[in-house]
Design a binder for this molecule. Structure first.
Ligand SMILES: *[C@@H]1O[C@H](CO)[C@@H](O)[C@H](O)[C@H]1NC(C)=O
Ligand SMILES: [Cu+2]
Length: 132
């Protein structure tokens, strides 16, 4: 009985220890770089975001900031298919940002963003970011 008690106590200690390690690593994970999408042009039509991406390497924890006029634009985090076909998919489920100044924290993988306003994605408002 006493042994079992000590066993569960040390399990709790191990959990607390693991939690402490997670908390300790969190500040490092947040210390990523911040990128203003499109630099001075911001998030708008007729910008070559492929060119903006050239030479940049993104890491988990980095942040993208989309700056735009919210009267005309928004930011929709879509699937690969949504990006390729310029459609918001899956319908109604993709995160949509529309404040005009949206910061998005990136995790590892490839992430796809488009503007949801009619015709804007086709006019170049699309961004595919590979994150390491
Ligand atoms: C957005 O565009 C509208 C209409 O052209 C303009 O009145 C407004 O000042 C713009 N907002 C920003 C933040 O530029
Ligand atoms: Cu737009």
């Amino acid at each position: 009985m006493a042994g079992r008690g000590r066993g569960s106590a040390s399990s709790v200690a191990a959990l607390l220890c693991a939690a402490a390690i997670l908390v300790a690593s969190a500040p490092g994970a947040e210390a990523g770089a911040t990128y203003l999408v499109g630099d001075a042009a911001g998030w708008t039509r007729n910008v070559d975001y492929g060119q903006w991406l050239a030479g940049k390497t993104f890491h988990a924890g980095d942040m993208l900031v989309f700056k735009y006029n919210a009267t005309y634009h928004d930011v929709v985090w879509v699937s690969k298919g949504g990006y390729r076909r310029c459609i918001v998919s899956p319908k109604g489920r993709a995160p949509v940002y529309r404040t005009g100044y949206d910061a998005v924290r990136l995790h590892a993988g490839t992430h796809y963003f488009i503007c949801g306003a009619p015709g804007h994605c086709q006019a170049g408002m699309k961004l595919a970011v590979k994150v390491y």
